[in-house]
Design a protein around this ligand. Structure first.
Ligand code: ATP
Length: 298
């Protein structure tokens, strides 16, 4: 289990991370959210042992993260770090050796991963000859080839097409099943929403929301109703507990204060011809905007 306890980091007088604590259990995918400059990269660097915090502790399975323990961590950072003149094979041997693996082990694992990502043919190609998406897959393989206990993924899906996103997601689920703890950061809320059971939102280095996505959604009482039919905006707006009505391509989105408003809306529209009436939880994006008090800076 990864334990981050009360870490604080100043750059000069600038407070980048402010008394941050969280835990990621084995086999858990944890989402770290925050707008630009919120402190995510600084937190990752502290966890990876690349940066010292001014206060606080980080431990992995009870041990303080030092030089030896970094072999148990894998990371895909925002700044991609492949050596583009090397071939895929040379690159993976390089990273694997850095993590203490033998060449035989590396080649065995490499073939499994290349097959999984359907890029076996690129084994002896130079990195610079690969597409951006395939380079990203190699970056990912380099991060996991040594089967880390903790995997840090900073925006791993940027620039990938939907098929490659899915391939990468499947690979991440596979690692999760093997017990790897995964911290995942993305500006794309739908990825976090789909992917992370538990999450934390940082604003200016401070935690503004933390918990299981399910609980966060439950506690946030507002809901949305989607209606298709011969209704009109005005009659919906007049219902008590309706906060906002918008119409997009003949579908009304009705924001309500809480679930108790649903029967009132239903009653009001029952005299109209309705083809759709669906009550949904708010999106994470909506909750983020409500909590952070501004639009998410993607
Ligand atoms: P982004 O989403 O843009 O990557 P982030 O959440 O990763 O942002 P950080 O890069 O951790 O945020 O930055 C947190 C704060 O610390 C910002 O105010 C940033 O300007 C500052 N900061 C980051 N690195 C340094 C540094 N090396 N020296 C001084 N200040 C820094």
């Amino acid at each position: 289990m990864l334990k981050v306890e009360h870490i604080t980091k100043y750059y000069g007088k600038n407070l980048a991370v402010d008394d941050l604590s969280f835990q990621v259990k084995e086999g858990e995918i944890f989402g770290l959210l925050g707008s630009n400059g919120a402190g995510k990269t600084t937190t990752f660097r502290i966890i990876m042992g690349l940066l010292d915090s001014n206060q606080g502790n980080v431990t992995l399975n009870g041990k303080k993260i030092d030089y030896h323990l970094t072999d148990e961590i894998g990371f895909v950072t925002e700044e991609r770090s492949l050596l583009t003149k090397l071939t895929v094979k040379e690159q993976l041997i390089y990273y694997g050796r850095l993590k203490g693996m033998t060449e035989e082990e590396i080649l065995k694992k490499m073939d499994i991963w290349l097959k999984k990502f359907e890029i076996t043919d690129y084994r002896d190609r130079k990195i610079k000859e690969l597409s951006k998406g395939n380079q990203q897959k190699i970056q990912f393989i380099a991060a996991v080839i040594h089967e880390p206990k903790l995997l840090i993924l900073d925006e791993p899906f940027t620039g990938l097409d939907p098929i490659n996103v899915q391939q990468l997601k499947n690979a991440i689920y596979e690692l999760q099943k093997k017990g790897c703890s995964i911290i995942f950061s993305s500006h794309q809320m739908e990825h976090i929403e789909q992917f992370c059971e538990k999450l934390l939102i940082l604003v200016k280095g401070k935690t503004v929301l933390e918990g299981y996505l399910k609980d966060i959604k439950e506690e946030y009482q507002k809901k949305n109703i989607f209606i298709r039919g011969e209704v009109d905006t005005k009659s919906l707006e007049q219902i008590e507990g309706v906060l906002e009505v918008s119409c997009n391509q003949n579908e009304y989105e009705v924001k309500i204060t809480d679930a108790s408003v649903v029967p009132r809306v239903f009653e009001k529209i029952s005299k109209y011809k309705i083809t759709k009436f669906v009550v949904e939880e708010p999106s994470l994006n909506e909750i983020f905007i409500a909590k952070v008090g501004g639009s998410y800076d993607a």
